[in-house]
Design a binder for this molecule. Structure first.
Ligand code: G3I
Length: 357
């Protein structure tokens, strides 16, 4: 009875070793596959940390059940951002009733894998709960609702979230304030209020304004430049500017990204690239992947060139899980790992930028 059991244990551990080896060959740089751990290639986050930066990836809760995906995320990256789990619809689905299930799941995953967590996001015009968007609020009511939301969420994650996207996407393309629920009811002062309430709830978390299409110098990034300058002059606690960096090959590279990052740093705030991905019209081909790789390398280099650019987060790391195909039909292939968790040229370009600098 005992011998066959032992043989089957040996057989299954041999099979497991083969499977692990095959998996390693699929997801690790070729030179690492059979190397002992101390000789493995440094991860992107380890390379970034040599420059005092972090390299992170967003994750959405359902992706944590994809074991291979979750394992690689935990191994390669230093930070993570919940893709949806800390948004208002998730955290306060009914007025005054808070649900931290999704956010907590990501925080405990992150703890188990030694990742730090960027909080996203306390205030946004999108993914608000129905009770909030369908209600009619006086300014006093809405101010109290916003204050309570920010206070409860930030307090809950105090010590667990190192930076918050306090206000997300509050500017329009032409540099005017976005006419969201809060602006319409409270006027532009809601931004300073939100930052102050967040600071009161967690004095240690870094507080960011965050938006897309602000990577280049233009009307929208100018508006943030002016706003942050004024907030700083008024003593409002703003610590960072997040450039989402959802780029697309067909729209061209934001050529003045380095100067733009520098001018925000010169205002005395940190800058982070918070949601980086670089999409393309499908199907992908060698030329597009090479151009994408070049762009990933340039974005990484632009961050490394400015001391106050503190880190880069990709919005998911693999084409297996990405928001793009459902939002932009016919586009995708935006991330440095492919659907099978294999490195794309973009991964090598990031690596090269992190090692060359
Ligand atoms: O929760 C429902 C689920 O009940 C339903 O069965 C399913 C069917 O489609 O939809 C689920 O909701 C989806 C939600 O993600 C949660 O998975 C929405 O349809 C989907 O639109 C939503 O997309 C998110 C998007 O924000 C919403 O604008 C993406 O996952 C998320 O990655 C994306 O992230 C944003 C950042 O927060 C801000 N910057 C832009 C970035 C990309 O859009």
């Amino acid at each position: 009875m005992r011998a066959p059991a032992r043989r089957s244990r040996i057989r299954s551990s041999a099979l497991a070793a083969c499977a692990a080896l095959l998996l390693g060959l699929a997801v690790a740089p070729a030179a690492d596959a059979a190397s002992p751990d101390r000789h493995r290639a440094a991860t992107l986050d380890e390379l970034a940390r040599r420059h005092g930066r972090y390299f992170g990836s967003a994750v959405d809760n359902p992706e944590l059940t994809d074991a291979a995906y979750a394992e690689l995320l935990g191994r390669e990256f230093g930070t993570t951002t919940p893709g949806n789990g800390m948004k208002w619809y998730a955290t306060e689905p009914r007025r005054g009733v808070f649900d931290f299930t999704a956010g907590d799941e990501i925080v405990s995953y992150a703890r188990a894998h030694h990742l730090k967590v960027r909080g996203h996001t306390l205030l946004w015009h999108s993914q608000l709960p129905g009770w909030l968007t369908s209600g009619t609020w006086t300014a006093d009511e809405l101010r109290a609702i916003l204050k309570n939301h920010i206070t409860q969420v930030v307090k809950h994650y105090r010590g667990k979230v190192f930076a918050w996207d306090v206000a997300n996407e509050i500017m329009s393309e032409d540099g005017t304030y976005r006419e969201n629920l809060f602006y319409r009811t409270l006027g532009p002062g809601y931004i300073a209020d939100a930052l102050r309430w967040a600071r009161a709830a967690d004095p240690k978390a870094k507080l960011y304004l965050n938006d897309y299409n602000v990577e280049d110098i233009g009307a929208k990034s100018d508006a943030y430049y002016t706003l942050i300058k004024r907030l700083k002059a008024d003593g409002v606690p703003v610590d960072g500017f997040g450039m989402q960096a959802h780029l697309a090959l067909q729209y061209g590279f934001p050529g003045r990204l380095p100067q733009n990052v520098q001018r925000f740093a010169d205002l005395g705030v940190d800058v982070a690239l918070t949601e980086l991905d670089i999409r393309m019209a499908l199907p992908a081909d060698t030329a597009k992947l090479a151009q994408q790789a070049d762009w990933y390398g340039r974005v990484t280099g632009a961050c490394l060139a400015v001391k106050r650019c503190v880190g880069i987060t990709v919005w998911g790391y693999s084409d297996r899980h990405s928001w793009i195909p459902s939002t932009f039909p016919g586009e995708g292939a935006a991330l440095p790992w492919d659907e099978n968790l294999r490195h794309k040229p973009a991964y090598d370009a990031i690596r090269q930028a992190l090692t060359a600098a």
